[in-house]
Design a protein around this ligand. Structure first.
Ligand code: HH2
Length: 262
């Protein structure tokens, strides 16, 4: 999954793709580089980010979704209004970092349109989530949460086979908790849903490389994180650097198979 953030303030690429033309060109490039799906978002969820209203979010993403018609698209939103419009414009997945807790009408939109749905774990909310994350056992608590949110979606008409789950790297977790989630990803995968992981450029990577104040990670650190997540059971990786990640994963997958060709 390649990321297109149509925002002024995303932590790694904020402001770079705010103009529709730049965002569309970037999305096309990510698809050319091998992204199976392109995730378009109009609201930053980085730590400390303020929320934007639905009109502004729509204003940002609508022309980009139109310009990317023909490419498999996901909409990164928690708002039913934005999701509905994106699905009308051909998006096939709703990526909701609130796991259907942000807008009570979102589950109905996903069910009615038979969309794929990504449910992500977050403790707290973006403005404050990094203040004091607390868990007794981060992996089992994240797994229980995701299982409950998936049950909620199914109870409201979303087909089980449309759902994927995501431990939410960096969303109300310490760096060590983020690493633990990837190391024990098999426990999340054991829920039976495909697992999406977004570790690309996140600050934990920069901290591993020795900068305690890092707000983001390098491309090569991101690729390392993607390969590790793949080896621990990730089904899809949400990444900013598609070509580098696709190449690394092609090798990791070939080694798993023990053959050059799939
Ligand atoms: N991470 C971000 C945004 N959306 N969605 C899923 N499913 N998983 C993630 O890990 C995830 C996500 C944050 O990264 P980014 O989009 O690069 O930054 P921002 O939220 O500042 O726009």
């Amino acid at each position: 999954m390649g990321v297109v953030n149509v925002t002024p303030d995303s932590f790694s690429d904020g402001g770079r793709f705010l103009s529709p033309a730049a965002a569309i060109a970037h999305g096309r490039r990510l698809a050319d580089e091998g992204a199976a799906i392109v995730d378009v978002g109009g609201e930053s969820t980085r730590p400390g980010a303020l929320s934007v209203d639905a009109d502004e979010e729509l204003r940002r993403v609508e022309p980009v979704l139109e310009g990317l018609a023909g490419i498999p698209l996901s909409i990164d939103t928690s708002k039913s209004l934005v999701a509905r419009r994106a699905l009308e414009l051909g998006a096939e997945m709703v990526n909701d970092v609130t796991a259907l807790r942000g807008d009570p009408e979102l589950v109905g939109v996903a069910a009615e349109r038979d969309a794929y749905l990504c449910l992500m774990h977050m403790q707290g909310e973006p403005r404050t989530m990094q203040a004091a994350p607390r868990y007794d056992d981060v992996v089992s608590e994240v797994a229980t949460f995701l299982e409950q949110r998936a049950a909620f979606a199914v109870a409201h008409g979303v087909l089980e086979e449309r759902i994927c789950v995501d431990p939410g790297i960096g969303f109300g977790k310490t760096p060590d908790q983020n690493l633990e989630l990837v190391r024990r990803l098999d426990e999340i995968a054991a829920l039976g849903f495909p697992v999406l992981v977004g570790i690309s450029r996140k600050s934990t990577l920069g901290k591993v490389l020795g900068d305690p104040e890092a707000t983001q990670g390098t491309v090569s650190a991101s690729v390392g994180g993607a390969v590790a997540a793949f080896e621990h059971g990730a089904w899809m990786l949400r990444v900013h650097d598609v070509r580098e990640t696709v190449e690394a994963l092609a090798v990791a997958a070939a080694i798993e198979r023990g053959s050059v060709t799939a």
